[in-house]
Design a binder for this molecule. Structure first.
Ligand SMILES: *[C@@H]1O[C@H](CO)[C@@H](O)[C@H](O)[C@H]1NC(C)=O
Ligand SMILES: *[C@@H]1O[C@H](CO)[C@@H](O)[C@H](O)[C@H]1NC(C)=O
Ligand SMILES: *[C@@H]1O[C@H](CO)[C@@H](O)[C@H](O)[C@H]1NC(C)=O
Length: 631
């Protein structure tokens, strides 16, 4: 019961931790671009919460989404493939990209019916391939009408996604967009208001501020800060927030690539050094260099990787080649910045450019210094406190139970308990005593009435062989007949009690009635019957470790039965019991029928008298017992 409660509590806590509520989400996202030729199955999706598959086109005449036949094989398997390493990863399908046809997109957003064609097909394809969201990337939009119409598209899209969610049994699709580093761009502005009300978040393309084709000075192309120019990430993020978009809708892009310049003078190789264009090594990519290539190039040339804290960028120089990029250090600083600004997370452009997952791990590692550790601590503390509380309750409960059972053992002036079975219908013969009863019986718990520790009273040295008490004190079922009948007890009374206890231990059963086929035998008699029929093993508690060593257990049973014999003289002494238990070579005699039996063994002339006694009321001074059948 207790452990079940603990497990349930643990699950509730764990579930609330794992289930991302909107406020708690921290997005670790990344793009995978089909054009790179990096196998989807090689993506370490365990490092991401979201993965974005890029890019689908828009048909120039129907305005429907179109996936090229060469891409279809990838896009249709993307979700299932990345889920093999991370079953919880959320996938999005990206539309557009830097190679998207400007005229097609501009025309598509301009008309409600074109937008509808586009939207309906986008939802259909997302569902068809198992994507959970759609990402719109129109980075060449550069007129006021483009921007306004883009806002209308987002509005229509959201309405369609909401209605589709009601139609389908699935969760509504996530809607996002890739946007410039700043809402202001070429004298026009992104539709911030529509983004705010219709999109789940935006991926802020905080890179490409400079490149080696257009700039004749080495630069930090994705500078987090720049004291001399607004072309920096901090400025762009500030502008988005300043225009009314909540920080919690901004996902910061991390470039997993750099730009390679040719230095004018190899000795002048800091940030801002004169350059003459892209380095020869990256000339065919217009100066762009992937992180994994930069690392292997720097390594094979023994180039030291520098870090500049002003711009937050790494760079290295090999001869007249200068490369500015984000290494582990810059990535950590940017993720930490995103955390501090309470952004929604980060998005990597692009996943296959990483080198042995070094940057993805660095981005994740930063996270481990943040909130989750703290949350984990809260969970651990909560669970510990709960468990401690439950343990306290358990201890309290057990103590109360013990006190109650002690109270029951305190036998008051024995009164007529003939109807005891009615008091508790489940447990026959269990007596319930009120505090007043106990108070009266013990003469207000007086010292004289204290009989020592234990139900039977003092232990005598239940040279004196027997004694007579004027009160019956003991627990029913453990009291030998001579004590119940005449108040006579001796060391053989202890032996009797020991026998009862031993029978309970080996059977794992209560010393109550209702054993045997007809449920009419008390435990002692039941044990005896089974032993007599050679079925002693049926009596044993099956969970006992050594039910396999049956002769040991049968011997135990036989010794116990010797202890509970009717006649005190027949019972062995404790010394004999001990040596019989310890020494297996000592012969154990056959026990007679136990005390309080309802049946008789043939030839036992005392039995009829005994049976009569059980049903009678015994008078012991001022005490009266009507029922001495063991419970
Ligand atoms: C564009 O859509 C039209 C009309 O549905 C179709 O005939 C054409 O093949 C599509 N073009 C491409 C490239 O899918
Ligand atoms: C939802 O169902 C309605 C009624 O069947 C239909 O008109 C509408 O086009 C559906 N919407 C989507 C997005 O499937
Ligand atoms: C950069 O330098 C090269 C060589 O000196 C020159 O041809 C080119 O015009 C310069 N570009 C810019 C943008 O200044």
């Amino acid at each position: 019961m207790m452990s079940k409660i603990i497990i349930v509590l643990f699950h509730i806590l764990l579930y609330s931790e794992l289930k991302p509520s909107k406020a708690q989400t921290w997005i670790k996202s990344g793009y995978w671009f089909s054009g790179i030729g990096f196998p989807i199955s090689d993506i370490n999706s365990a490092l991401f919460t979201h993965l974005i598959c890029a890019f689908t086109d828009v048909n120039s005449s129907s305005y429907e989404l179109s996936v090229s036949s060469s891409d279809e094989q990838y896009f249709s398997t993307f979700t299932n493939t990345v889920r093999q390493k991370n079953a919880l990863v959320t996938t999005l399908l990206c539309i557009g990209g830097s190679n998207a046809n400007y005229a097609t997109l501009s025309s598509m957003v301009s008309s409600a019916s074109y937008r509808k064609s586009f939207i309906d097909s986008s939802i259909k394809i997302a569902r068809l391939y198992g994507f959970q969201g759609l990402d719109f990337s129109w980075v060449s939009a550069n007129t006021n009408s483009d921007m306004t119409n883009m806002g209308l598209l987002f509005q229509d899209w959201r309405a369609a996604v909401n209605s589709e969610e009601k139609n389908s049994s699935q969760k509504d699709l996530i809607l996002t967009a890739s946007v410039h580093y700043s809402p202001d761009f070429d004298s026009v502005s992104f539709p911030v208001e529509s983004i705010r009300s219709n999109l789940d978040w935006v991926h802020v393309n905080s890179y490409d501020y400079y490149d080696s084709l257009r700039s004749n000075f080495t630069r930090a192309h994705a500078a987090l800060y720049d004291p001399l120019s607004p072309l920096n990430t901090d400025h762009g993020i500030g502008a988005w927030i300043g225009r009314g978009l909540s920080a919690s809708k901004l996902v910061l892009a991390l470039p997993f690539f750099g730009y390679a310049w040719t230095l004018k003078n190899p000795n002048d190789n800091g940030i801002g050094a004169p350059a003459t264009g892209p380095a020869a090594i990256a000339i065919k990519d217009d100066g762009v260099m992937r992180y994994n290539r930069i690392k292997s190039y720097a390594q094979s040339n023994g180039a030291a990787i520098m870090y500049d804290a002003t711009y937050v960028v790494n760079y290295c120089t090999v001869g007249s080649t200068w490369i500015g990029f984000d290494d582990v250090k810059a990535v950590r600083m940017k993720v930490s910045y995103a955390r501090k600004k309470k952004l929604l997370g980060y998005v990597v452009w692009q996943v296959p450019f990483d080198d042995n997952w070094e940057l993805s791990l660095a981005a994740q590692g930063e996270e481990n210094n943040g909130r989750p550790k703290w949350r984990l601590l809260v969970i651990i503390l909560t669970i510990t406190t709960t468990v401690a509380l439950l343990l306290c309750l358990l201890v309290y409960y057990l103590r109360m139970r013990k006190l109650k059972s002690k109270a029951k053992k305190l036998e008051p002036k024995v009164k007529n308990i003939a109807a005891a079975g009615d008091l508790n219908s489940n447990i026959p013969n269990l007596q319930v005593f009120s505090l007043a009863d106990i108070e009266a019986a013990t003469n207000k718990f007086s010292f004289e009435n204290k009989l020592g520790e234990g139900g039977y009273g003092p232990v005598y040295k239940k040279d004196e062989h027997e004694a007579n008490t004027d009160r019956i004190v003991g627990t029913y079922g453990y009291i030998p007949p001579e004590y119940a009948r005449n108040g006579v007890y001796s060391t053989k009374s202890d032996v009797y009690s020991f026998g009862v206890l031993l029978l309970q231990i080996i059977s794992g059963k209560r010393n109550a009635c209702c054993h045997g086929l007809d449920e009419n035998l008390n435990l002692l008699e039941y044990a005896y019957e089974l032993w007599k029929e050679g079925k002693g093993m049926e009596f044993m508690n099956p969970t006992l470790d050594d039910t396999t060593s049956s002769c040991k257990l049968i011997r135990c049973l036989q010794i116990a039965l010797l202890c509970v014999q009717e006649n005190a003289i027949d019972r062995p002494s404790m010394l004999e019991v001990s040596s019989m238990l310890k020494n297996e070579t000592i012969v154990v005699t056959n026990p007679k029928r136990p005390a309080f039996s309802t049946k008789r063994d043939e030839g036992d002339e005392k039995d009829s008298k005994l049976l009569a006694l059980q049903l009678e009321i015994f008078s012991v001074d001022d005490s009266t017992i009507t029922e001495v059948v063991a419970r």
